[in-house]
Write a protein that binds this ligand. Structure first.
Ligand SMILES: [Zn+2]
Length: 250
């Protein structure tokens, strides 16, 4: 009873009367849903501690066979002030949280949830430090997709296995050699573009500073990753649309 969980609030949805349902990614129990009763009342003592894209410590009665719980109390652990006050960083944080929310299923492999938790922690930390939002999103998405087993093939041609690659195909989910690309009608990419796409898909957020030095704009990488996510999983990261309208580099 009164079990405590440390988690990131991925989403907040209004629920009956004055309650909300929180989608929370915890380190210990993966993704869970919490009903916060009365959270929309002015008098709610928890209201200030359940803001989306913050990290909090929650008290609830945990059971292994359930994924939705009544929240008893919440206490903010990290508010990420800069990330919330800067529009670009805050829109990027919405993209990170939404991607974790749609890619982490409530009954997901604990390993996947733990990786997603660590990734989100690193991503929010970097956004809060004012680092480049597009690069954080690109590395984060690539890692999250890789952890979920749906990352692009950046080792060889996804059709014939040739290691001489010349393009990235959304439909084939990764690199293509020039012959396969021509046959599939996929435009060829330059060597630096291909190298950068591979780097982003191989890097970890802990290597952010090193990667930043060798990467120019990530518009193309991001649109390829999001394209693969949509084509193969049917998943569209809606909050990316708003970010893109306001901060697209092109
Ligand atoms: Zn090929």
């Amino acid at each position: 009873m009164n079990d405590e969980f440390d988690g990131f609030i991925l989403k907040q949805t209004d629920y009956k009367e004055s309650a909300v349902i929180l989608s929370v990614l915890t380190k210990e129990a993966g993704k869970i849903s919490l009903i916060a009763a009365g959270a929309r009342k002015m008098t709610s003592k928890n209201a200030g501690s359940i803001l989306p894209y913050t990290r909090a410590r929650f008290q609830l009665d945990y059971r292994d066979d359930k994924t939705i719980f009544r929240m008893k109390t919440a206490r903010t652990v990290s508010f990420y002030r800069y990330m919330h006050e800067n529009l670009e960083a805050s829109l990027a944080s919405a993209v990170l949280a939404e991607a974790a929310d749609v890619l982490c299923y409530e009954d997901a492999d604990p390993e996947v949830s733990r990786s997603a938790f660590d990734l989100l922690e690193s991503g929010f930390d970097l956004l809060n430090q004012g680092k480049k939002t597009d690069l954080i999103m690109a590395i984060y998405l690539a890692r999250l997709m890789d952890c979920s087993g749906i990352g692009p093939n950046v080792e060889e041609c996804a059709i014939c296995g040739s290691t001489k690659v010349s393009a990235v195909s959304i439909k084939d989910g990764g690199f293509l050699c020039s012959d396969c690309a021509r046959r599939a009608g996929v435009p060829l990419m330059s060597v630096p573009e291909l190298k950068q796409f591979r780097l982003i898909n191989k890097a970890d957020l802990s290597q952010y500073d090193i990667v930043e030095r060798s990467v120019s704009g990530t518009t193309k990488d991001l649109s390829l990753l999001l394209g693969i996510l949509k084509e193969h999983e049917g998943i569209e990261i809606r909050s990316f649309g708003l970010y893109n309208r306001l901060f697209a580099i092109e």
